[in-house]
Design a protein around this ligand. Structure first.
Ligand SMILES: O=C(O)CCC(=O)C(=O)O
Ligand SMILES: [Fe+2]
Length: 355
């Protein structure tokens, strides 16, 4: 990535604004009640706070989350070292059409190339997942992670990171379940044979930050995402109230949590998966590490039956998670002439009296 070729250039309406608006009010939630023997009143209050953040923003940050700072430093430093390796060593673990895991530097979001390089791995190894074969059909395959031989510390740091993220994400999921009036373990069975994935992102300094994006506008496809961003601002969230792009200012030690498409469908639109993107800058590189909580490939994603009624009918038809994600991967991998698959394609259209 030495010069800005035309594949990176965003159409005018999607280019970053010269001055980003900083969010003053993305909720910052203190999870310390989870680390002590909390009474049920403080857990309910915490669940209500998380529910409010999911409803109003689809995004929030957590502090006092119980993840040891050394663990975060270790994975962040391993990620920096990995992206600093010679091109040939990174390319040796390159992603390809048959396996979406490993290193990749030409991802497209909404058919425009992102100014970034990434390394992806799954938390279970191998995972079973559908992949497009040469005949154009989906075929179930075992997919293995690709770790760089020359840098074994990357795998070690990533595995320790995953163990911590897993503890945090299931605590959050219990609170989300409570906030929707469901039993705290309501979601647990979806994660036998989970296909959860972690990504290391590196956004190098960009020669034309006003024309390109580190990551184009998108919604996360999974259940919840936990993001570790470094101290260089870049993440922007589309504010629900007015559609403005708001910069999420880094809070030292915090993790950013966001609602994914699956949680939007499960909650029947109670919580919404919100668009976000990453702006780049001319001087500083930026690193981030999202953990995407995904269920088993065979999960049929549909509104939870407890949350639908005659007054509140299902707003989505169900879809198969593995097929949905495999279809999205195909669009990320190369430039296509069609729009990427979205949950809106599964929305049940309703007719109002004046339509
Ligand atoms: O780098 C970031 O801050 C956000 C990354 C992100 O949204 C993603 O990888 O889906
Ligand atoms: Fe994202």
């Amino acid at each position: 990535m030495v010069e800005l070729d035309s594949g990176f250039i965003q159409s005018i309406e999607h280019r970053p604004k010269p001055h980003s608006i900083e969010a003053q009010n993305i909720p910052l939630i203190d999870l310390s009640p989870l680390n002590s023997a909390a009474d049920s009143a403080s857990l309910s209050a915490l669940a209500a706070e998380i529910g409010g953040a999911c409803r109003d923003w689809g995004f929030f940050q957590v502090i006092n989350h119980g993840v040891p700072p050394e663990c975060r430093e270790k994975v962040e430093s391993a990620s920096r070292k990995f992206f600093g390796l010679p091109e040939t060593e990174k390319k040796a673990v390159c992603r390809d059409a048959a396996n979406p895991f490993g290193y990749y530097d030409s991802e497209h979001t909404k058919n425009v190339r992102d100014w970034k390089e990434v390394f992806d791995f799954a938390v279970e190894n191998p995972i079973v997942f559908p992949v497009w074969n040469e005949r154009g059909d989906l075929e179930l395959k075992e997919l293995f992670n690709k770790w760089p031989q020359s840098f074994p510390q990357l795998r070690e740091a990533c595995e320790e990171h995953v163990a911590e993220m897993e503890k945090l994400v299931f605590k959050l999921l219990e609170l989300v379940a409570l906030s929707l009036g469901l039993p705290e373990d309501r979601f647990n069975t979806f994660f036998n044979n989970q296909t959860t994935r972690v990504r290391l992102n590196h956004y190098p300094p960009c020669p034309a930050p006003h024309l390109a994006l580190g990551l184009g506008r998108h919604k996360d496809t999974g259940v919840l995402t936990i993001l570790a961003q470094d101290d260089v601002p870049g993440l922007e969230v589309k504010r629900k109230t007015d559609g403005e792009w708001i910069l999420v200012k880094p809070t030292p030690g915090a993790y950013i949590i966001n609602v994914g498409d699956i949680l939007q469908v499960w909650s029947n639109d109670e919580y919404e998966s919100v668009e976000h993107r990453v702006v780049v800058n001319g001087e500083k590189e930026r690193f981030s590490i999202p953990y995407f909580l995904y269920p088993a490939h065979y999960t049929f994603v549909e509104p939870l039956h407890e949350l639908i009624s005659e007054q509140n009918p299902a707003k989505f038809k169900g879809y198969n998670w593995g097929e949905f994600r495999a279809t999205r991967n195909r669009g990320n991998f190369k430039r296509l002439d069609v729009e990427n698959i979205q949950i809106s394609h599964f929305r049940i259209s309703t007719y109002t009296s004046d339509s």
